[in-house]
Design a protein around this ligand. Structure first.
Ligand SMILES: Cc1cc2nc3c(=O)[nH]c(=O)nc-3n(C[C@H](O)[C@H](O)[C@H](O)COP(=O)(O)OP(=O)(O)OC[C@H]3O[C@@H](n4cnc5c(N)ncnc54)[C@H](O)[C@@H]3O)c2cc1C
Length: 323
């Protein structure tokens, strides 16, 4: 018998979960609300220029994730990034920094092979019926039935999907995730200082990187990604993106004493559930009674590696229960 499993969310957690389930012989379907896969391992395109507006690089502490990154490098989906830095950021890296090629979203590409993924499908509700689990989408359509469901979306959204399964939903209320405004700027050459990464520049700016210093990025000029601090991002969560981009660029210009130039392009994007402040403190949650599990970086921390560990962990727990 082939078990059908639904995975909600096509970020690193969902896709690493899907791959392990698929390798065990399950028929896996992934449903993603966005038009594209990758989640916070995002690559945005503005005109002809691409920007890694979410995760900047990934690192590996465990052998399993390190092996995965080696596989990525060997297949050309990732490469090592050694940014030029002043004042210690990125220097003497404890673990090598890897970036997706040609953009961060490529980190999930191999995981997506041989699983069925439906994008632009926002799951609204999961419903238990005698035949198994049925998924209802925001567009009013439904699919089913599945033997098990893996929910791999940010904790506040996972709580809503768990609905009446209170014993699973309640612990998720202790998870805290901060928003993060990401600003993408394209500049002419010769204006920006000779440094690739900047950290904690001011109360407004947490991180800034010269995206075009990463291997495999193309396009003329300087491509800069700026991440605003969680506190500032929270304060202006509802602001107009154009206003946010202008304010942040002014802050950068003042902090670095740049000449008064207008960037060729400027855009801002809000990661509503961006960086995890308080995690769940366990790798995943799984109920063999309901055959429903939840996973995400927020189970363990705020890094891509946590997402991978959580997704693969949940898949293994499901497999032990299914077979
Ligand atoms: C600004 C920023 C900088 C970061 N920098 C780094 C870094 O340098 N290094 C590092 O290791 N990590 C970094 N991270 C963290 C890293 O990006 C995450 O840990 C990782 O990508 C989380 O993966 P995930 O699959 O758990 O979640 P996500 O990537 O958020 O995936 C969840 C997916 O579920 C989808 N979804 C949500 N609700 C529904 C629904 N109802 N139906 C269907 N789909 C749904 C979402 O659209 C999304 O694609 C950063 C994150 C941000 C935001």
């Amino acid at each position: 018998m082939t078990f059908r499993v639904a995975v909600i969310g096509a970020g690193l957690t969902g896709l690493s979960c899907a791959r392990v389930l698929r390798q065990a012989g399950c028929y896996v379907e992934v449903f993603e609300k966005d038009r594209i896969i990758g989640g916070r391992l995002g690559t945005a395109r503005i005109g002809l220029t691409t920007f890694d507006h979410g995760a900047q690089y990934v690192t590996a502490r465990s052998k399993e994730f390190s092996d995965y990154l080696d596989e990525m490098v060997a297949t050309g989906y990732a490469a090592r990034w050694k940014p030029k830095a002043i004042g210690g950021v990125g220097e003497g890296q404890m673990s090598p920094w890897h970036v997706g090629m040609p953009g961060m979203a490529s980190i999930v590409r191999p995981l997506a092979e041989s699983v069925r993924i439906q994008t632009s499908k926002a799951v609204h509700t999961i419903q238990r019926e005698d035949e198994g689990w049925k998924l209802w989408f925001e567009d009013g359509t439904a699919v089913g039935h599945y033997s098990a469901v893996a929910i791999t979306v940010p904790a506040p959204e996972a709580r809503l999907l768990l609905g009446p399964m209170q014993e699973m939903a309640a612990p998720l209320s202790r998870v805290r995730i901060s928003p993060c405004w990401a600003i993408m700027v394209r500049l002419e050459d010769g204006i920006f200082p000779d440094q690739d990464v900047f950290s904690d520049m001011s109360e407004v700016i947490r991180w800034m990187a010269r995206n075009n210093s990463k291997p495999g990025r193309k396009g003329a000029g300087e491509h800069i990604v700026i991440h605003a601090s969680p506190e500032w991002s929270r304060e202006i969560e509802d602001a107009d993106p154009e206003v946010v981009a202008t304010e942040v660029w002014e802050e950068v210009s003042n902090t670095l004493s740049l000449p008064p130039v207008r960037p060729d392009q400027m855009s801002a994007y809000l990661w509503k559930y961006g960086l995890v402040d308080t995690s769940l403190g366990m790798t995943y949650q799984f109920s063999s009674q309901h055959m429903v599990g939840v996973a995400g970086d927020w189970c363990l921390g705020r890094l891509a590696e946590h997402a991978y560990e959580s997704g693969t962990g949940l898949a293994r727990a499901m497999i032990s229960s299914l077979f």
